[in-house]
Design a protein around this ligand. Structure first.
Ligand code: HEM
Length: 261
């Protein structure tokens, strides 16, 4: 896995040299997507005739938009993006289910097919799961890498301290909110939260609170919740940090770059 992440980072960086400038977030998204989509669904953008990550991009751009379902609106493009990805995933699942020979390298789709054969989940739930995992694995990490490069440009000294990844995650708040449900009545700092309440946690209120900024940005501190916490802690946290560390290593050891505003 490490070699694959490194190969993709090196190949992407090399291909960017051909351009006078690149749109960093798009280029990094494409790079991360090609690693995770290959692992999860054996998707290869160079052999596929449709670019799946572009449909994801349309979906993400309209994720927090006024829900007006009219052609041309961000919400409409978001829904179309999701529909296109789901269609591609369904075709892939059907193709694999029908295939008679067993593949050598098993991916996440093969695991899901086994579960579907055992009737442990519905096809819709399986497709939703792949959709979610692909989304969770590429949008977050690509935003984080973009933020790291931005902060590194403003503060090159940060590279000498290996806190740069955590610090960028703290400042950028890639996942702006997370949710919980109170399973019993609780009282926090004088506020009564009745059992059954749905709670929206906003990490930036903690991450950007000047009272906490003297704290070292660490993985498990209660003042650092970029990956959430407790039972629902992000399952991809270590993978994301690995991808970011490898990419950053390749950038800073072999390339020079400049941010354009
Ligand atoms: C910089 C990158 C990432 C950030 C900042 C991030 C952040 C988060 C956050 C805040 C949560 C909610 C945790 C909670 O409610 O306590 C979460 C959940 C999740 N993340 Fe990530 N994530 C990242 C990368 C990834 C990657 C690479 C994957 C998959 C390979 C992934 C898969 C998931 C999944 C499946 C959940 C749901 C876990 C559950 O509900 O049990 N994430 N992530």
């Amino acid at each position: 896995m490490i070699h694959e992440v490194q190969r993709t980072a090196q190949a992407s960086l090399l291909s960017w040299l051909d351009h006078p400038s690149i749109e960093l977030k798009d280029a990094v998204s494409n790079m991360i997507f090609s690693v995770t989509a290959k692992k999860l669904i054996s998707y290869d953008s160079s052999t596929s005739n449709e670019e799946m990550w572009k449909h994801y991009d349309a979906f993400i751009r309209g994720l927090v938009a006024f829900p007006l379902y009219i052609p041309g609106t961000a919400f409409y493009k978001c829904m179309q993006g999701r529909r296109s990805v789901m269609k591609m995933l369904k075709e892939l699942l059907d193709e694999r289910t029908k295939a008679t020979h067993r593949r050598e390298n098993i991916d996440f789709i093969d695991v899901l097919i086994e579960e579907l054969e055992k009737d442990t989940m519905s096809e819709n739930a399986a497709l939703d799961l792949v959709f979610l995992l692909l989304f969770a694995s590429f949008e977050t990490t690509s935003s984080a890498i973009t933020a790291v490069l931005r902060f590194l440009t403003d503060n090159p000294k940060a590279l000498q301290e290996l806190t740069v990844i955590h610090e960028a995650l703290r400042l950028a708040n890639i996942a702006p909110v997370m949710f919980r449900k109170a399973t019993e009545d609780v009282r926090i700092k004088g506020y009564a939260i009745p059992k059954g309440s749905k709670i929206m946690i906003c990490p930036s209120t903690v991450h950007l609170n000047p009272v906490n900024t003297d704290e070292p940005a660490g993985g498990a501190s209660k003042d650092f919740m970029a990956f959430g916490g407790g039972l629902r802690l992000c399952v991809g946290a270590d993978f994301a940090k690995l991808q970011m560390a490898i990419f950053l290593h390749c950038v800073v050891t072999k390339y020079r770059y400049q941010l354009q505003h």
